[in-house]
Structure formats: structure tokens, C-alpha cells
Design a protein around this ligand. Structure first.
Ligand code: HH2
Length: 300
């Protein structure tokens, strides 16, 4: 699906929660205004990602896919070279960096911020050294001092994601006393640790980590009560695209989860998510455009 080159831009109600100011995200070479929901296109340079493993492992295919997503309306690209699906084995750091670097370099002039999805401090340092990684997306939430150390200097944005456990075991029996409160406090604590290390607050975005050590009920509660996560004033990123939660509700395989993913994405945006991490950029852009037009009409 291709977006029309003459497509209208869309804006949304600056904030569904009147007391929350419209944030800006300092993002390496860019500054991302979050006055409208931003689309992060997923680029999995892996052989085993849960929905598209192997499709973009070849750098030429990955680069073409990234450029296509940008044409379709991606506001940033998230390059990941290690799957975090439940049970995924870790990828050695040299292999991970070796997959990311050629893609990062080839996309240097692509015009949108480049995020690198990694939880390894050594990979963070390697990609940041190129000056081309505008965001580090750490699914482990910068929980280690080494990860904080890797990002403290420089200007790259830091996506702090919540995960209970690690990908190998996280879905075995996730338990929370009160999932929304616990995730909120954990994210706020990680963001505070980054700030104490010298990371400007304007560089931080938080993410509840849908599907990372959570049951379907936990995921639903986190999306339904997303406004509670906004209370700390940091922009929130949400990734629901094709995830098993959508499969559990619809009975669909990953390749058939687009309608359910769009519904969950819109539910998150309506509750204040500012960045959505998606595989299907063109469809997401269209869904957001329609939603935003209705939202704007409700303000008149
Ligand atoms: N989800 C995945 C990977 N990274 N990062 C953030 N911040 N938020 C997410 O929800 C998130 C993420 C899983 O999706 P995908 O990258 O398609 O799968 P895999 O990890 O199997 O490559």
C-alpha cells in the first residue's frame, strides 16, 4: 500500500489530557515535535523476528524497506538486529553490530531519525560512535550502569522500555501486584537514573513494553490506563504491532494481525501515546489520518 504524494498532513488535538504539555523529543541530529502521533517504522535486520524474521536480513533489502517505509510516512526508523520475541536466543554483539552498521550508514541521508533497538551497551557505543544513531531503544530500559554510561554523553534520544525478566523466560509466568502502577514507577525510576547521569529529560521517551513479561490482561490494562503513564510528563511510545495480544483476541497469525494492530494503536493514541512502533506504516498513517480528522472535528 502506498501513500499518495499529495496526502494532507494531519494534526491532532495537542493533548488529550489538557494538563499535559505537547512535548518535543531531542533525537540526535533531529528534534521531533510530538504535536501529532509519530510513526516509528520497524526494521528487523534479523533471521528470527516473530513476524518478519529473515525478510530484511540482507542489507540491500533492509535499506530498500526502510526507504519504502519513509515514503509511506514513517517519522523515524527503528533498526533492530536481535529478536526479542519470547524465547529468542541472544545474538553475539559483533553479529548484532555487523548487521546494524551497514544499514545505518546507508540510511545516513534518509531525512528521518534513526533509532537502534539494542540492549547491549557495547552495541550502543558502536552505533553512537558513527554519529548516525539518533535514538537508542533499549528494551531492557537502561537498567545497567553500562547502558546508562553508553548514552550519557551526546544527544541521542533514549527509549526506556519496561520488560519483566528477559526474552528467554519473560512469558513463563509474569506476575504483578498492580501492573500499571508498577510499570509507571519503574519507568519513572529509570528516567530519573538517566537524568542523574546527565541525560537531558528532553531526550527521554518511555514505553510500557507491550508483550514483554506481560499477560494479555496486563497488556490490555496498560493500554486502557495509558493516561496514568503520562502523569510523569514524559512522552510515551507504544508498540502493539502484530503482537501475540492481537493474536489472542482475534485468533490470527502474525501476518493477519493488521486490523487488530490498527485498533490497538488507535486506542493507545487516543489515550496519549505520542510515538507508535509499527511494521505496517502506510496503513498506520491512513488510520491515524482518519482518526485525527474526526478528533479535529470534535474540537470545533
Ligand atoms: N517490541 C519489539 C521490539 N522492540 N521496542 C520498543 N521500544 N517497544 C516495543 O514494543 C518493542 C521494541 C518486538 O517487535 P519486533 O521488533 O517486530 O519483533 P522481534 O523482537 O521478534 O524482532
Amino acid at each position: 500500500m502506498r501513500a499518495s504524494p499529495t496526502r494532507p498532513d494531519f494534526a491532532v488535538n495537542p493533548s488529550p489530557i489538557a494538563s499535559v504539555p505537547v512535548p518535543r523529543l531531542r533525537c540526535g541530529r533531529f528534534e521531533l515535535t510530538l504535536d501529532r502521533p509519530r510513526i516509528m517504522g520497524v526494521l528487523n535486520v534479523t533471521d528470527d523476528s516473530f513476524s518478519d524474521g529473515g525478510r530484511w536480513l540482507d542489507p540491500t533489502a533492509a535499506i530498500a524497506h526502510a526507504r519504502r517505509m519513509i515514503e509511506e510516512g514513517a517519522d523515524l526508523i527503528d533498526i533492530g538486529a536481535e529478536s526479542t520475541r519470547p524465547g529468542a536466543p541472544p545474538v553475539p554483539a559483533e553479529v548484532e553490530a555487523g548487521r546494524v552498521l551497514p544499514v545505518l550508514r546507508a540510511l545516513a541521508d534518509c531525512g528521518v531519525p534513526l533509532s537502534v533497538d539494542t540492549r547491549k551497551p557495547v552495541v550502543m557505543r558502536t552505533v553512537l560512535a558513527t554519529g548516525l544513531a539518533d535514538m537508542i531503544n533499549d528494551v531492557a530500559g537502561f537498567a545497567s550502569p553500562e547502558a546508562i554510561d553508553a548514552v550519557r554523553g551526546g544527544q541521542a534520544a533514549c527509549c526506556v522500555m519496561h520488560m519483566q525478566g528477559d526474552p528467554l523466560t519473560m512469558q513463563q509466568s509474569p506476575v504483578y501486584r498492580e501492573v500499571v502502577g508498577e510499570v509507571r514507577h519503574w519507568l519513572a525510576a529509570r528516567a530519573t537514573a538517566l537524568q542523574h547521569a546527565g541525560v537531558d529529560r528532553a531526550r527521554i521517551v518511555v514505553d510500557p513494553g507491550i508483550g514483554f513479561g506481560k499477560t494479555v490482561a496486563h497488556n490490555l490494562a496498560l493500554i486502557a490506563r495509558l493516561p496514568e503513564l503520562l502523569a510523569d510528563g514524559l512522552p510515551v511510545l507504544v508498540g502493539v504491532s502484530r503482537k501475540s495480544m492481537i493474536g489472542a483476541i482475534t485468533g490470527r497469525e502474525p501476518g493477519q494481525r493488521l486490523p487488530g494492530s490498527l485498533a490497538a494503536m488507535l486506542a493507545a493514541v487516543a489515550r496519549g501515546a505520542r510515538i507508535v512502533r509499527v511494521h505496517d506504516v502506510a496503513a498506520t498513517r491512513d488510520a491515524l489520518a482518519v482518526w485525527a480528522a474526526i478528533d479535529a472535528a470534535s474540537q470545533e
